[in-house]
Design a protein around this ligand. Structure first.
Ligand SMILES: C[S@@+](CC[C@H](N)C(=O)[O-])C[C@H]1O[C@@H](n2cnc3c(N)ncnc32)[C@H](O)[C@@H]1O
Length: 329
C-alpha cells in the first residue's frame, strides 16, 4: 500500500496512449477533465451517496460534539464537487455553528454547481479553483471536510500537511473525511463472507438487453446523442487537447483518477503518522456488503444499519474525524 510513487502504475497507460506529459501533470489533466464531464450527471449517478452520507456526517458531527468544538465555524470543503459534504454538514448537529463556507475544487464545472447550492445554505464564503497546497497563505479554518476525495490525491502526506497548515493556530479545529475505500479492512475475511450474501448481479451481457436499455439506446440514436456519456466526452476532450493520442478505456480512466482505490485504499493507521498534531476523535465505517445502504435489499439494509450503530470498522468505506491538539507535540 502507498508505494513510494503512487503514480508509477500509470506509466504503462501513458506509454500505450503516447502521453508526452509527466505523470503528475497527466494525472491532474485526466482528473480535472473527468470531473468536468462527470459534474453534469454527478448527483444522478451518485444518488446513493446523497442518501447515505448525511447519516455518516451526522454520526461524525455527533462524535465531535461530545468534545470541544469551536463556537463559530469558518469551514472549507476540499473537493466540494456539487456540494454533498457541506450540504450534509448543514443538516448536522454542527450546522448552527457554521458561519462561513469556502468551497475548493480542481473542477470549475463542479464548483459552479456547488455555488448554486450555496443559495440553500445561505452562508457567505469564497469559491476557489485549485488544490489545498496552493491556497493563499494566511487562510485558516475551524473545520475542514473532504468527501470522496482522498483516494483521488496522489500525494497524501503533502495534502494532509497542507490541511494541518490551515488549522495551525486553531486548537480544537476539526478535520473530517469520508467516502474512501477502507485500507485497514483489506483482506478481512468477514468482508468476503458478507459480499457473498448479496444476490448475484445480472451479468452485463444480459442486462444490456433489458427493454429499458434497448429503448434508451433507440432514443439516443433517434436524438443523435450517441457518445454523449461523460466517459466519451472525457476522451474526446483529452484527445482534442493533445493529452492522449487514442481513447482511454473506462477501466484505465478509473485507474488514473481513483489512484488509491488500486493501491489498497485509505488507512487511518497510516494517516495517524501524517497528522501528528491531531487526535483521532472517531473513525467509522459503512458499506459492509460492498455497496451503499440504499443499493441493498431490505434485509441486508437492516444489518448494515446494525453494523453502523455498533461502530464496526471493517466495511468497504472509511470515515473519520480528527481534532487539532491544543499544543504541538
Ligand atoms: C468524487 S467527487 C466528490 C465530490 C463531493 N465532495 C461529494 O462527496 O460528493 C471528487 C471531487 O474532488 C475534486 N478533486 C479531485 N482531486 C482534487 C484535489 N486534489 N483537490 C481538490 N479537489 C479535487 C473533483 O473535481 C471532484 O469534484
Amino acid at each position: 500500500m502507498y508505494m513510494n510513487d503512487p503514480l508509477a502504475p500509470l506509466e504503462i497507460i501513458m506509454r500505450q496512449h503516447n502521453v508526452k506529459l509527466a505523470a503528475p501533470e497527466f494525472h491532474a489533466a485526466v482528473n480535472v477533465c473527468f470531473h468536468r464531464f462527470e459534474s453534469e450527471v454527478y448527483d444522478e449517478i451518485h444518488r446513493d451517496m446523497w442518501e447515505s452520507l448525511p447519516q455518516q456526517v451526522e454520526l461524525l458531527a455527533a462524535d465531535c460534539m461530545r468534545g470541544p468544538v469551536p463556537d463559530k465555524i469558518h469551514m472549507l470543503d476540499i473537493g466540494c464537487g456539487t456540494g454533498l459534504a457541506t450540504d450534509s454538514l448543514m443538516r448536522s448537529s454542527l450546522a448552527p455553528r457554521i458561519q462561513e463556507i469556502d468551497l475548493l475544487d480542481t473542477s470549475t464545472a463542479m464548483l459552479a454547481r456547488a455555488e448554486k447550492r450555496r443559495e440553500q445554505w445561505a452562508k457567505p464564503g469564497r469559491t476557489i479553483e485549485g488544490i489545498v497546497e496552493t491556497l493563499p497563505p494566511g487562510a485558516s479554518y475551524d473545520l475542514i471536510v473532504t468527501s470522496s476525495v482522498l483516494h483521488h490525491v496522489p500525494d497524501l502526506p503533502s495534502f494532509l500537511k497542507a490541511v494541518a497548515g490551515l488549522q495551525n493556530a486553531l486548537p480544537d479545529a476539526l478535520f473530517i473525511h469520508l467516502q474512501d475505500p477502507n485500507g485497514d479492512s483489506v483482506g478481512d475475511p468477514r468482508k468476503a463472507e458478507r459480499a457473498a450474501e448479496l444476490p448475484p448481479a445480472v451479468p452485463d451481457s444480459i442486462a444490456r438487453f433489458t427493454p429499458k436499455r434497448i429503448l434508451g439506446r433507440l432514443m439516443r440514436e433517434i436524438k443523435g446523442e450517441q457518445g454523449q456519456d461523460y466517459i466519451s466526452k472525457t476522451n474526446r476532450e483529452l484527445i482534442r487537447t493533445g493529452v492522449i493520442a487514442k481513447p482511454l478505456s473506462v477501466e484505465e480512466i478509473f485507474s488514473i483518477t481513483d489512484i488509491h482505490v488500486r493501491d489498497g485504499g485509505i488507512s487511518i493507521e497510516r494517516m495517524k503518522a501524517w497528522l501528528p498534531d491531531y487526535e483521532l476523535v472517531a473513525q467509522r465505517s459503512y458499506g459492509f456488503f460492498g455497496g451503499l445502504s440504499s443499493n441493498l435489499p431490505q434485509a441486508l439494509r437492516q444489518r448494515e444499519e446494525q453494523y453502523i450503530q455498533d461502530g464496526e470498522l471493517n466495511g468497504e468505506h472509511i470515515a473519520a474525524a480528527w481534532r487539532r491538539l491544543t499544543s504541538k507535540r
